[in-house]
Design a binder for this molecule. Structure first.
Ligand SMILES: C[S@@+](CC[C@H](N)C(=O)[O-])C[C@H]1O[C@@H](n2cnc3c(N)ncnc32)[C@H](O)[C@@H]1O
Ligand SMILES: *[C@@H]1O[C@H](CO)[C@@H](O)[C@H](O)[C@H]1NC(C)=O
Length: 318
């Protein structure tokens, strides 16, 4: 049988209590000190930025003073402005009628990628129509297209084209001659084929761009849809450099905070005044609310208001 340890004597118990109290007191003091340091750091950081311009993305980099870090204890509360600088300058926008040609010239050597599609080596590997989207036909699309009546739409994150084709259908129904420009690297994400086992892979290539193209051909939408098969960051910068802009921009590519933050900032630069930028998954929690944090922070820094429409966030430009 196991022996119970003897109960601690009265004296011993007292000593234990005193030492626990001492430890507790020390911890409290430590926390108070920590809080005080943080608060002081915060105050000095806040006062040092109060006469600086608001950090909106349209401010050229030269006008933003470099951040000053006082000491290692306060640096965590100091402003980290570098994250908010998207310094590329857009040229004056080309007219809507020239948008398609501008992209054809610069991305496709002036030749339509729809010509002679599909190429022989993939034609047998594609499905006639293989669509899968997420909230891609939500009411937000019709609400915004009816309100904005866009001549150009830029979609950041297209996948198989579900939302792009839905928008093409809507603009057609409304009698609009809208160009929809789809930005996607057409890589999907690592491992996405696990859920798309019917899609073929050729020497490591997932044929996502070709299947998207096939879906557009099937829907007779090649006249209204064009695409840029590159990373969203580089494509959006180039559009800005080329003067390609849009009245309606949908952001639905990477959903982690940093991807969403970059995409929203870069996309907003090519949004026409009076336009609308919107995106999916404001309520996503799988990635620690990455999209929501990015959208809220963007709106706060730019003094804009976030509206909700179903699963989508919507921001009207100034
Ligand atoms: C959720 S899907 C888009 C779904 C589509 N909007 C719909 O509703 O059907 C996200 C897409 O973003 C693309 N994507 C993610 N990160 C990207 C990046 N950094 N550059 C280019 N494309 C990216 C992926 O390839 C994927 O096709
Ligand atoms: C595309 O056009 C063809 C030929 O005009 C027509 O038969 C077909 O129904 C159209 N498809 C769609 C999805 O509109």
């Amino acid at each position: 049988m196991k022996q119970e340890p003897p109960p601690p004597s009265q004296h011993h118990r007292k000593r234990l209590m005193v030492s626990a109290l001492q430890k507790f007191g020390k911890t409290i003091a430590y926390f108070v000190l920590l809080l005080l340091t943080y608060y002081l750091g915060y105050l000095s950081a806040a006062s040092s930025t109060s006469n600086k311009p608001t950090l909106i993305s349209r401010i050229p980099v030269e006008t933003i003073p470099a951040p000053t870090f006082r000491s290692s204890t306060t640096s965590s509360a100091a402003p980290v402005v570098d994250h908010n600088i998207f310094s590329i300058q857009c040229i004056d926008p080309v007219i809507s009628e020239k948008v398609r040609q501008a992209v054809l010239d610069r991305v496709f050597h002036g030749k339509s990628p729809w010509q002679n599609f599909p190429p022989a080596h993939v034609s047998t590997l594609l499905r006639q129509n293989r669509i899968k989207g997420w909230g891609s036909t939500g009411a937000v699309f019709e609400n915004l297209i009816r309100r904005v009546r866009p001549e150009t739409i830029i979609e950041v994150g297209t996948f198989l084209g579900a939302s792009a084709l839905h928008m093409a259908k809507l603009t057609r129904q409304l009698g609009l001659k809208t160009q929809i420009l789809c930005v996607d690297d057409f890589r999907g994400w690592p491992g996405f084929l696990e859920k798309f086992r019917d899609m073929k892979m050729v020497n490591g290539d997932v044929l996502l761009m070709y299947q998207f193209m096939q879906n557009v051909v099937y829907a007779n939408a090649t006249e209204s849809i064009l695409f840029m098969p590159f990373s969203t960051a580089s494509a959006l910068d180039k559009l800005c450099e080329w003067g390609v802009s849009a009245e309606l921009i949908e952001v639905d590519a990477g959903h982690d905070f940093h991807s969403a933050w970059t995409d929203i900032n870069k996309a907003y630069k090519i949004l026409r005044p009076g336009g609308v930028i919107f995106g999916h998954d404001y309520f996503t929690s799988a990635d620690n609310k990455g999209v929501r944090r990015a959208v809220n922070m963007f709106a706060r820094l730019n003094n804009l208001r976030v509206q909700l429409d179903g699963q989508h966030w919507v921001i009207n430009s100034k």
